[in-house]
Design a protein around this ligand. Structure first.
Ligand SMILES: [Zn+2]
Length: 256
């Protein structure tokens, strides 16, 4: 079986578009539809035809290109059952534990409410990759527009159960700003300090900081570290329940 190919490209001001291609079957999926033109350009440059849209959530910078791409390519749109009424052109609804395939590759779907009520993520254990939309970011997590801290923390724990080496493809390049906040709540985290330097260097060179790995996020992302005594102490919640620490961290980021 040939390797699954992932092509990443910038869309809009700070989104990433992703095409996933299985060379054996010739099938191609786009993860969300932030912007139609760059998606077409990426397809054309590789001679790929679009077969599927895998949507993570309903926001316009994720599903805004659905109808145009569907009418142009005849692709099938797969998206969250919990938000079927807000995903334009949806053909197939999926939720927790469902499997979505691209040729012989299987992606497990997880419901990850919090950023929106119907957010889902796609995990392909065989390929060691996960598409997490706006649930998890490099050094951050999505804003809680339609969910509670408890819901988001439960959602993030599903991602935390994946192997550490999993490549995490998130939907935005927010990492440099996220690093500033992360350092404010864990100023003595040595892994975070060194990662911050790496991030600044990468952005200076105009390079993306995405994908990241789950293992690196576990060591440095404050939203995955409510069990860190250092973080708990910095925000004044030593020994408090993890969901309370998570909620406070999210509040502090909203005000940062
Ligand atoms: Zn969003």
């Amino acid at each position: 079986m040939s390797r699954l190919e992932v092509h990443q490209f910038p869309c809009l001001s700070d989104n990433y578009g992703y095409l996933v291609h299985d060379p054996d079957s010739g099938l191609t999926a786009t993860i969300d539809t932030p912007e139609v033109e760059p998606i077409h350009a990426a397809l054309d440059a590789r001679g790929w035809k679009l077969n599927f849209i895998f949507n993570t959530h309903h926001h316009d910078d994720h599903a805004g290109g659905n109808l145009e791409l569907k009418s142009q390519t005849g692709c099938q749109i797969i998206g969250p059952a919990a938000d079927a009424d807000r995903i334009p052109g949806i053909d197939r609804v999926v939720g927790e534990g469902d499997s979505v395939t691209l040729g012989a590759w299987a992606f497990t779907v997880h419901d990850t409410p919090g950023h929106t009520r119907g957010h889902i993520v796609y995990h392909c254990p065989q390929a060691g990759i996960g598409f997490v939309g706006d649930t998890l970011f490099a050094l951050g997590c999505g804003r809680l527009f339609e969910g509670t801290p408890q819901q988001m923390w439960t959602s993030l724990q599903k991602i935390l159960s994946w192997p550490n080496e999993t490549l995490i493809y998130c939907a935005h390049e927010y990492t440099q700003a996220n690093a500033r906040f992360a350092l404010s709540v864990e100023p003595d985290n040595a892994d975070l300090l060194s990662r911050n330097d790496d991030i600044d260097a990468a952005r200076q060179r105009g390079e993306p900081t995405v994908p990241t790995t789950l293992g690196l996020e576990k060591r440095t992302n404050p939203f995955l570290r409510p069990d860190s005594p250092h973080l708990q102490e910095t925000i004044g919640l030593s020994g408090h329940p993890l969901v309370e620490v998570f909620a406070r961290t999210r509040e502090l980021k909203d005000q940062f």
